[in-house]
Ligand binder design. Structure first.
Ligand SMILES: Nc1nc2c(ncn2[C@@H]2O[C@H](COP(=O)(O)OP(=O)(O)OP(=O)(O)O)[C@@H](O)[C@H]2O)c(=O)[nH]1
Length: 385
């Protein structure tokens, strides 16, 4: 009976080289720090170029596309198409499950119970699931819903109502430079997202400067430097040393050059690594020394694959650094996309951007309506936007 709830086999760990020493190496005094390296290169490829993705190591295992999704190469697809393609696993879990539930079946308690299980399996979480079920029960009686198809439409509406408060696009016009601090656990997609965000802000006509504040992982610095060179974006980096010092210098450089947006990378850390959580709180304090109103946005990057664990991460990072916005990445690699509903009900923070792939344009502002439409898409993922 619950064939539609079958879970896919767990994916192998896709991200390599994410180990981090338990202790932070002693931070060099600021006046002993290695000279700041800076990379600015001309002649960017207009669209970020295919090399952009290649510059990021350990490619994430791509989800198996639906037949309709392979019809056109990913680069040529619109955001709406890529969103639908990216959410295919969650849609198979949720929408696919619902499709087997719905159809022309009549609404009854058994159907609602199966729906409850389906929502839980898509990682909507107990709170959001109970809320949705409660609302659907009310509408079943009040609106005299009869068919399961009508119930599905009501579910989409209620899910949209839950998610809408998370839709608060990031407005960087209030400060110059507008300082965005990026945090998250190891491998959540921080550095990759910074490259994508840099392009996003550049496309809005804003100048961008990157601070390579992940001083633990040399490859993270290299990723940013390579990306900056190819896209004519200044990267302030330092060979090893202190994350706070790099970001401090980056902010001063941005002020001197009248840069619009500073994107500050930080090393990945687990909320249980308390000393590293203290360290990131210090990074935030140092940013405020360089710019008294900053940071203007503290973005927490969450890997959607972690499902319900995301809530614990939001809570822990929020208490350490005051999270003002979220980025949920890798929605394309998981059936756990329902986690955004859990976040909305249990720890709501503006969901600034969602990521559905490794491509440069695969990170876009979150819009509740298009997210819900993509989840309940019944016309095939490859349909035109
Ligand atoms: N499929 C997919 N892969 C992604 C997405 N976002 C990031 N990745 C991949 O996730 C992997 C880790 O990304 P990074 O940006 O290096 O992660 P990080 O958080 O900076 O890692 P640390 O510096 O170790 O903390 C890379 O292989 C990225 O290409 C996404 O939306 N979809």
């Amino acid at each position: 009976m619950f064939g539609f709830l079958r879970k896919k086999p767990a994916k192998p760990d896709a991200v390599e080289d994410k180990t981090q020493p338990d202790e932070i190496p002693a931070e060099p005094a600021r006046d002993q720090a290695e000279p700041i390296a800076e990379a600015v290169q001309p002649a960017p490829p207009a669209d970020g170029g295919p090399d952009f993705e290649a510059s990021f190591e350990a490619p994430f295992e791509a989800p198996v596309p639906l037949a309709a999704e392979t019809a056109r190469p990913a680069a040529k697809r619109s955001w709406s198409e890529r969103l639908k393609a990216g959410l295919s696993r969650t849609r198979q879990q949720l929408g696919g499950g619902l499709a087997s539930l719905f159809g022309r079946r009549k609404i009854d308690e058994e159907l609602l119970e199966e729906l409850e299980a389906t929502l839980l399996m898509a990682d909507c979480g107990v709170e959001a699931t109970q809320h949705l079920l409660g609302e659907l029960r009310k509408r079943w009686k009040r609106d005299r819903l009869e068919t399961a198809d009508q119930l599905q439409k009501a579910l989409a509406d209620e899910l949209h109502a839950i998610l809408l408060p998370l839709e608060e696009p990031l407005d960087v016009s209030g400060h110059s430079p507008y300082i965005i601090m990026i945090a998250g656990v190891n491998g959540s997609g921080k550095t990759t997202s910074i490259g994508k965000l840099a392009k996003y802000f550049q496309a809005q006509g804003r100048s961008v400067l990157l601070a390579a504040g992940d001083t633990f992982r040399a490859a993270a610095r290299e990723q940013l430097m390579t990306w900056g060179e190819r896209n004519n974006v200044t990267v302030i980096a330092q060979d090893g040393g202190d994350s706070a010092a790099v970001i401090f210098d980056a902010i001063n450089a941005a002020k001197a050059r009248r840069i619009d947006v500073v994107l500050a990378d930080t090393a990945g850390r687990l909320p249980t690594q308390l000393h590293l959580m203290d360290e990131i709180a210090k990074v935030k304090r140092v940013i405020a020394k360089a710019s008294p109103t900053g940071p203007h946005e503290v973005l927490l990057v969450l890997d959607a694959n972690i499902g319900q664990n995301a809530l614990a991460q939001v809570k822990a990072f929020d208490s350490a650094i005051g999270v003002t916005g979220l980025v949920v990445t890798k929605l394309d690699g998981t059936a756990k996309g329902g986690v955004v509903a859990a976040i909305a009900r249990q720890y709501p923070r503006p969901l600034r951007f969602i990521g559905v792939g490794e491509g440069i344009d695969d990170l876009q502002p979150f819009k509740a309506r298009e997210f819900v439409d993509a989840l309940f898409d019944t016309n095939g993922a490859g349909s035109a936007a």
